[in-house]
Ligand binder design. Structure first.
Ligand code: ADP
Length: 255
């Protein structure tokens, strides 16, 4: 009887082991698929600026086009754009992988946000955009100051890019019993309802922004989302086309 019992236990353990191996295999194949999708996306994104460069350079070599300073400047713009894209992609790979190490300390959000807002004022002035901060004092979270700055700068840059001349942008900082709440509210072009759920996906760009030729390749918000997640926070968006958008971030308060 003892032996039967021990065989039974063994079988149970083996079954459990089999289940965890299956789970591991499932996770690995999921990661593999993600990796494949990422490298597909990357080659797709790099191919189009490269194709532009190539055809222009061939035309210059064949003497079909004159190497005017304007034309060369355009080629250079394309190279600058590609370099930025590669840097962004690199950053995305880091934040999406496990390599993201947060250098955590207790952060005073009002201090961080007011410094960043101040730094943005000249840029906003150049587009006649009114930028204000309504920041409550003494709100602390545990976070990585550089990474937090990256989140805020990214959201403000978007607000700037997608707001027309003469518009306004407001940053608010409040708290509930256990959360810090930061909002970036712009009076910009807004986001279509059907786009709202996709804006945090990598390489996603709304039609409006694509036709505007502003901005990058739709990587910024996916980096922001990963960074917020790494801080244990959540980010959401609300928007009305033609009226403006509000990005809301919630972080646990430091105790
Ligand atoms: P990018 O700005 O380079 O296109 P992002 O990942 O930062 O990439 O943003 C993804 C898309 O979300 C943008 O293309 C745009 O359509 C939309 N979006 C982001 N922020 C705003 C905003 N403040 N107002 C309107 N649309 C926005």
């Amino acid at each position: 009887y003892e032996r039967v019992k021990s065989i039974k236990t063994d079988t149970k353990e083996l079954n459990e082991l089999a289940t965890s191996i299956e789970e591991l295999a499932r996770q690995l194949s999921e990661q593999e698929q993600l990796r494949k999708r990422l490298s597909n996306d990357i080659s797709h994104e790099l191919r189009s600026p490269l194709a532009v460069l190539r055809s222009q350079i061939e035309a210059l070599m064949d003497g079909v086009l004159e190497p005017s300073p304007e034309r060369l400047a355009k080629l250079n713009d394309e190279i600058v754009r590609m370099t930025k894209l590669i840097n962004d992609l690199n950053e995305l790979v880091i934040v999406e992988s496990e390599h993201l190490r947060l250098n955590t300390s207790k952060v005073n959000l009002e201090n961080e946000l007011s410094t960043i807002i101040e730094g943005f004022i000249p840029l906003m002035d150049s587009k006649d955009i009114k930028l204000m901060g309504q920041l409550e004092k003494d709100i602390f979270i545990n976070g990585d100051r550089d990474r937090l700055k990256q989140i805020f700068v990214n959201l403000l840059t978007n607000a700037y890019k997608y707001t027309n001349r003469g518009g306004s942008i407001k940053v608010t900082l409040t708290k509930s019993t256990d959360e810090a709440i930061i909002r970036f509210i712009d009076s910009g072009i807004g986001i279509r309802k059907e786009d709202l759920t996709y804006v945090f996906q990598r390489f996603y760009r709304g039609d409006e922004s694509r036709s505007r030729k502003t901005g990058g390749a739709g990587i910024g918000l996916s980096i922001v989302k990963e960074l917020v997640k790494a801080h244990g926070g959540i980010i959401t968006v609300d928007s009305e086309l033609g009226k403006g958008s509000t990005f809301t971030i919630k972080f646990k308060l430091a105790t």
